[in-house]
Design a binder for this molecule. Structure first.
Ligand SMILES: Nc1ncnc2c1ncn2[C@@H]1O[C@H](COP(=O)(O)OP(=O)(O)OP(=O)(O)O)[C@@H](O)[C@H]1O
Ligand SMILES: [Mg+2]
Length: 250
């Protein structure tokens, strides 16, 4: 369903993605891991057409996203739910309206139906009673959960999560991971999660892919990644200072 083919992207002469190839399995959750600044968010933004590649293709259901006009792109975006790394909530509207936004935008459901959906989702993400606050009145972790709720509310075919648990306490991280797993079990969306939390990745991922040097250098089941013989993967998942990855800050 989602295929990235020979994707290359540079910013200011620096290659962030370099001939990257990956095929995301339908209805599975793939967790993409990799170093900070390694291009994970850039890769995700290519998939929804927010960034255009310098070369290569992004195929969604066989359609090359890079060739679409704005209107066609909007049409295909209805298939997607997206949790941005910074939440990207609408600051001036309350939590209820943030979560209801995709419903109002894409459906003609009645107010009572919208209420039922939003209240049920608020319960799922542990935000019951917070619905009348605006984003600036809630904590960072709560904003993350609103972003997750908004992405999942229409049960989209494809859901992209850019670090959905970063900044949450361990219990809330686990709750969000469980929420993603249970909604996935129910609706079988194709999920792509970017995460720095290796234990969370093992738990939520059917497949784990590591992005390094602008490419996917390894992809496999959690057990395969855990036991990887690739020294880069091994160093990354064990969080070791010694190994081929250079930890100098540039
Ligand atoms: N719109 C942009 N314009 C210029 N450079 C950009 C842009 N977006 C990303 N970059 C650069 O591309 C590189 C990869 O960024 P990206 O946000 O994809 O990293 P990441 O892997 O998501 O990191 P993190 O784990 O810290 O979120 C960085 O060097 C960043 O500065
Ligand atoms: Mg990022």
């Amino acid at each position: 369903m989602i295929v990235l083919e020979r994707l290359t992207k540079s910013f200011n002469g620096i290659k962030v993605l370099d001939d990257l190839n990956i095929k995301f399995e339908d209805q599975k959750i793939t967790v993409v891991i990799g170093r900070s600044g390694g291009g994970k968010s850039v890769m995700l933004k290519h998939i929804i057409g927010l960034i255009r590649p310098d070369s290569g293709r992004v195929l969604v259901n066989g359609i090359d996203i890079g060739t679409l006009k704005r209107k066609e792109l909007n049409e295909i975006r209805k298939k997607f739910g997206m949790v941005f790394q910074d939440g990207a909530l609408f600051d001036s509207i309350n939590i209820f309206e943030n979560i209801a936004f995709p419903i109002r935008q894409h459906t003609k459901l009645k107010e009572s139906e919208i209420k039922d959906m939003v209240y049920s989702m608020l319960g799922d993400v542990g935000l019951s009673g917070q619905e009348l606050k605006v984003p600036s009145e809630i904590s960072g972790g709560m904003r993350k959960r609103v972003a997750v709720a908004r992405a999942l509310i229409l049960n989209p075919e494809i859901v992209l999560f850019d670090e959905p648990t970063t900044g949450l306490d361990p219990i809330m991280s686990d709750a969000i991971n469980n929420l993603i797993i249970s909604i996935h079990n129910k609706f079988k969306f194709t999920g792509i999660i970017i995460s720095h939390n290796i234990e969370g990745a093992y738990k939520t991922g059917d497949v784990i892919a590591m992005l390094y040097g602008g490419r996917i250098i390894e992809m496999g089941s959690p057990a395969e990644i855990k036991n990887s013989k690739n020294p880069v993967v091994n160093q990354f998942v064990t969080g070791s200072m010694s190994g081929p990855i250079n930890f100098n800050i540039i």
